[in-house]
Design a protein around this ligand. Structure first.
Ligand code: MF3
Ligand code: CO
Length: 273
């Protein structure tokens, strides 16, 4: 069942979304080589506590972190711990917040300065393409008719890149509806499939979250039962925003500017409620 939100409920979700934006800002400002992923978790917890919010990840099926910290070949669900960040590492940071019972969820990727220049350039390119593909998907939520139009648009965007430079779209993990719980219907695929999907309707709030691998998209889960890595060891990036569709347009709830900058290239102006 899809949970359709009223304008008031979307406004409440915006507040949760802004807590996630605050976590992202704090992480972006403070992340540096030499820190552990546990240090990042502590930064996130501080922001959550000062906002009077809690992490929706912590305790989710027993998940032990406040956020997910996924480095290099770790695709998603990296558990914060003693791993020390190195110069040139690609770090995907997936963060969530619950405020007054409403959930926020968003992710970004950052490449740390330093390290091997060629490796870093490749990682920056991968992150940039993943980020762009997320905005392509968000634009498709504004312009499309059905949920799968989002995945088709992302798929087309990747396929139109020069053939030797196409990252592979992860198939094992997808985006999702969100609201009074973190994972809701519908699934939001990042690739084209045959068959029908639900209509994009007002009141829908979706997490659009492409994950791309520099090599092959196949993944496996490590012995900790959480950490997802690419099977071939190639790098992977992850970007995610939580987006509401309402009678006047779309609103990117986890972007401080509501999505204005990311959507401008598509001629779309987000509409806050
Ligand atoms: N935020 C992730 C998502 O985008 C879910 C995190 S899994 C958890 O769906 F276990 F860490 F909570
Ligand atoms: Co999500």
């Amino acid at each position: 069942m899809i949970e359709y939100k009223s304008p008031d409920q979307i406004r409440l979700m915006r507040r949760a979304g802004l807590v996630v934006a605050d976590i992202h800002d704090a992480l972006r400002e403070n992340i540096a080589a030499g820190m552990t992923t546990k240090d990042l978790d502590a930064i996130a917890l501080e922001v959550l506590e000062s906002a009077g919010a809690t992490s929706n990840f912590y305790g989710y099926y027993g998940y032990p972190g406040q956020i997910c910290t996924s480095v290099n070949d770790v695709v998603v669900h990296g558990i914060p711990g003693e791993r020390e960040l190195q110069p040139g590492d690609l770090v995907s940071l997936d963060c969530g917040a619950v405020l007054d019972g409403w959930h926020g969820d968003a992710a970004f990727t950052v490449v740390l300065p330093g390290g091997d220049e060629a490796v870093r350039a490749e990682r920056e390119r991968l992150s940039k393409i993943t980020r762009e593909s997320m905005w392509v998907g968000i634009a498709a939520m504004a312009n499309g008719k059905r949920v799968n139009d989002i995945g088709s648009a992302i798929d087309d965007f990747i396929t139109e890149l020069p053939e030797d430079k196409q990252p592979d779209i992860l198939r094992d993990y997808v985006g999702h509806g969100i609201g009074s719980s973190m994972h809701q219907e519908p699934d939001v695929l990042n690739y084209r499939v045959r068959g029908r999907s639900p209509k994009l309707k007002n009141g829908m709030v979706l997490c659009i979250e492409p994950m791309l691998a520099a090599g092959d998209q196949a993944t496996k889960v490590l012995d900790d039962d959480w950490t997802v890595v690419t099977t071939d060891g190639s790098d992977s990036a992850h970007w995610e925003h939580m987006v509401a569709k309402h009678s006047q347009g779309i609103w990117v709830l986890t972007a401080r500017d509501g999505g204005a900058e990311g959507l401008a290239p598509f001629g779309i102006t987000p509409v806050p409620l």
